[in-house]
Write a protein that binds this ligand. Structure first.
Ligand code: C2E
Ligand code: CA
Ligand code: CA
Ligand code: CA
Length: 283
């Protein structure tokens, strides 16, 4: 390429726009992210509203980028999905979350549930069932400490041939003891029929509804309805993105079980989460 010298350079600047070039660089860096061990997980505490106790944590993916620092999923997950890299990355997330949670338990710290995010692009049901079985066995984590956060789009793919296998696979996971949560509940498709067909444990109310809880009467009504719906179906409810006391009080008044958000804690690095668990252990 160097032999072509100036001409090559001119070709790229004129024929390719900046965005495409940036994207190409990102793709090349992303392709090597696993072998270079640049991914890590942060852990955001989930707190039971009735007791104030830590009952779970959500694993949130980060990329320790060599030049740009810590990147959040919005900066690379969509690209990873398009490149099909979300399959090996998702497997890395599952493996890391299970091994870390088991390591905390083996150290004698409070055993709590870990939730991981699974995008629709990566949820190939039969492959996932086998991978989860393998990882649980290798890591020795008891299945009831693992929760999958699936979005409505995974569950609603009626056009998808996989739909029967989704029901079968989720049923088998539940039988093993793995928990299933519906993530970003209320933001996706509006049909609720899948709630009857699928063995779900938990609804997670999206942050967009929590945000304006005390100024937007529609959002308040939607949250109230989601919590009532969940309870009548014997599902538990997690509210995400809780940032202030007013939101907490509202959720408490509606008997929401579990809260997660900056008011309680930001997502913590592995070291910070270890310290938090050690502090709880000493109480
Ligand atoms: P999500 O599942 O809705 O996760 C919650 C997001 O809200 C996280 O952003 C979290 O850091 C942020 N958050 C938590 N509490 C608050 C709060 O009080 N206020 C505000 N403003 N934000 C809060 P994050 O970590 O940037 O993740 C964004 C999305 O990326 C996640 O949304 C999830 O859909 C996706 N994601 C995260 N980790 C993974 C992963 O391992 N695999 C896949 N496929 N997707 C992931
Ligand atoms: Ca202990
Ligand atoms: Ca989530
Ligand atoms: Ca959300």
């Amino acid at each position: 390429a160097k032999a072509a010298g100036k001409n090559t350079y001119q070709f790229f600047t004129t024929e390719m726009n900046q965005a495409a070039l940036k994207r190409l660089i990102l793709e090349n860096q992303l392709r090597r992210v696993l072998e270079r061990e640049e991914l890590c997980l942060f852990y955001q505490p989930q707190i039971a509203l009735s007791t104030g106790q830590l009952v779970g944590m959500e694993a949130l993916l980060r990329w320790q980028h060599p030049e740009s620092g810590l990147l959040s999923p919005s900066q690379f997950v969509a690209v990873a999905e398009e490149m099909n890299l979300i399959i090996p990355i998702g497997e890395w997330v599952l493996r890391t979350a299970c091994y870390q949670t088991q390591a905390w338990q083996a150290a004698g710290l409070l055993p709590i549930r870990i939730s991981i995010n699974v995008s629709s692009r990566q949820f190939k049901p039969v492959y996932w069932l086998q991978t989860i079985k393998n990882v649980l066995q290798e890591s020795q984590l008891a299945p009831n400490y693992l929760e999958l956060e699936l979005t409505e789009s995974v569950l609603m793919e009626e056009h998808n041939d996989n739909n029967n296998s989704i029901v079968a696979v989720l049923t088998e996971l539940r039988t093993m003891g793995v928990q299933i949560a519906i993530d970003d509940f209320g933001t996706g498709y509006s049909s609720l029929s899948y709630l009857k067909r699928l063995p779900v444990n938990t609804l997670k109310i999206d942050r967009s509804f929590i945000q304006d809880i005390n100024s937007n009467r529609d959002d308040a009504a939607i949250i109230t309805a989601i919590i009532a719906l969940a309870h009548s179906l014997h599902l538990s409810v997690v509210a995400e993105g809780v940032e202030n006391k007013e939101q907490l009080i509202f959720l408490q008044s509606r008997q929401c079980e579990i809260v997660q958000g900056y008011l309680l804690s930001k997502p913590l690095s592995q070291e910070e989460m270890t310290k938090l668990l050690q502090r709880i252990d000493q109480q």
